[in-house]
Design a protein around this ligand. Structure first.
Ligand SMILES: Cc1cc2nc3c(=O)[nH]c(=O)nc-3n(C[C@H](O)[C@H](O)[C@H](O)COP(=O)(O)OP(=O)(O)OC[C@H]3O[C@@H](n4cnc5c(N)ncnc54)[C@H](O)[C@@H]3O)c2cc1C
Length: 406
């Protein structure tokens, strides 16, 4: 190698969903070809999680919402390690998998959430009685549960458990389920109840967006859905949910989004995450204590904007995860080879939330994720449903080709 050639450095991205995929593309675009980009991810496909709300109703099959990662990365000159990180050696700067150690000069942790079903007794599709749409395997189990429900219909309970943050997913599943119940002519035998940790309907963990409280309440009234905010689930048993205070909600079908924590590899690495396993970052999405470590997406620690009666976290959407990833990647590239840095306080990020309702829906847009939005906009109608489909198609097609747009 000639003396003037830059020493090759390695950026490693752990996790390859909204945040990891975006960061890997951005790093490859910014870094000199002499530097290596490596992605570590146990799944061999990308899954477009926002469409999982449609999988239980057969409106999407697994192949409609996924694409293989290896061909995309190899085309872009990114090394793909199809394995899970089991921990991090922060002193030696290594990502540890079950059978290898991958050195890094700069690291992005984009491992998303761990679904903490164990925090509520009886919650979850594996050791409990409720369904989930938080990953493809769970969405397929919910598809089976939906078929059983059609054969044996009864009350439906949808919601987000105490300590949860992914409120949009439960609202969307709720509205889609209601839409399907109506289409199946089962409204008389299948009353629908929504339970949520939010202090009011339409709060979304953000304090609400514009008149979201009135809009969501209006929707619920029109659709005859009972909404129970400030809710704490005491226990889930086979076919019933007991709420704090003693009320018991029977169900033939229930989908409850669990609270999230960080993943085990982060939780078990001393100094990497907070007690919940989320990574503390500064406005450059660099770890607040560790120089060469960055984080983006759901695994970033964000303090709620206000204290609520029942713990409710701040949602981190796909769009926010991608913005964080781009900022982090720019700063990682600057660490490696110099160049302009970028800073983006979370409070200043734009928030766009599409709540699909099966045929219509509501779009909320706020110029600030946190705090008082200056120009909030809310649109209700069929355009929300079409906007979500357009988002899905453009996202999947462009990422599959390695040319992200949107
Ligand atoms: C049902 C549902 C609907 C949603 N709808 C929308 C929507 O309409 N619009 C929107 O913007 N957002 C939506 N969201 C939120 C969106 O899905 C998340 O914001 C987004 O997935 C976050 O991306 P991420 O990369 O941070 O984490 P994730 O998508 O959770 O990905 C984390 C990745 O890390 C990998 N990983 C985990 N552990 C390890 C490990 N130890 N080693 C290596 N890799 C690991 C995982 O396999 C995964 O691929 C929805 C979420 C849900 C659940």
């Amino acid at each position: 190698m000639p003396d003037s050639a830059p020493a090759s450095k390695r950026a490693v991205v752990v996790g390859s969903s909204f945040a990891g995929l975006t960061a890997a593309f951005e790093l490859r675009k910014r870094l000199d070809p002499a530097h290596e980009v490596v992605v570590v991810e146990p799944r061999d496909v990308f899954t477009f999680i926002p469409s999982l709300i449609w999988v239980p109703f057969g409106m999407r099959d697994p192949e409609d919402v996924t694409f293989p990662l290896e061909p995309v990365y190899s085309k872009k000159g990114i090394r793909f390690v199809n394995d899970a990180a089991v921990g991090f050696d922060l002193d030696a700067r290594r990502v540890l998998t079950a059978d290898q150690e991958i050195e890094y000069d700069s690291l992005l942790v984009a491992t998303g959430p761990r679904l903490a079903f164990e925090k509520v007794e009886g919650l979850g599709p594996i050791d409990g009685y409720t369904q989930s749409v938080c990953n493809l395997e769970h969405a397929m189990l919910t598809r089976n549960a939906w078929q059983e429900f059609l054969e044996n219909p009864g009350p439906v309970v949808v919601g987000t458990a105490q300590g949860g943050s992914c409120f949009g997913a439960s609202y969307e599943f709720l509205l889609n389920t209601k839409h399907r119940i109506k289409k199946a002519g089962l409204e008389d035998v299948a009353p629908v109840t929504f339970i949520t940790a939010e202090p009011f309907l339409g709060h979304f963990g953000l304090g609400g967006v514009a008149d979201s409280e009135q809009r969501v309440e209006g929707f619920f009234e029109k659709l005859d859905i009972e909404g129970i905010p400030n809710n704490v689930i005491s226990e889930v048993r086979d076919g019933e949910i007991e709420l704090d205070g003693g009320r018991v909600l029977p169900f033939a079908l229930s989908m409850i989004v669990p609270p999230f924590t960080g993943v085990d590899a982060v939780r078990e690495t001393e100094g990497l995450g907070n007690p919940m396993g989320f990574l503390p970052v500064n406005d450059e999405f660099r770890h607040s204590e560790i120089e060469n470590v960055y984080a983006a997406g759901v695994d970033v620690a964000i303090a709620p904007p206000e204290e609520t009666l029942v713990p409710a976290g701040v949602p981190k959407t796909g769009q926010m995860s991608e913005v964080m990833a781009k900022v982090a990647a720019q700063n990682m590239a600057a660490d490696i080879q110099g160049g302009e840095r970028k800073s983006m306080p979370i409070s200043e990020m734009e928030a766009i939330c599409i709540l699909d309702a099966g045929s219509g829906g509501i779009i909320f847009k706020a110029d600030h994720v946190l705090g008082e939005a200056e120009h909030p906009r809310v649109m209700a109608g069929p355009q929300a449903h079409w906007a979500k489909i357009a988002f899905e198609k453009i996202f999947l097609e462009s990422r599959k080709r390695g040319h992200p747009i949107l």
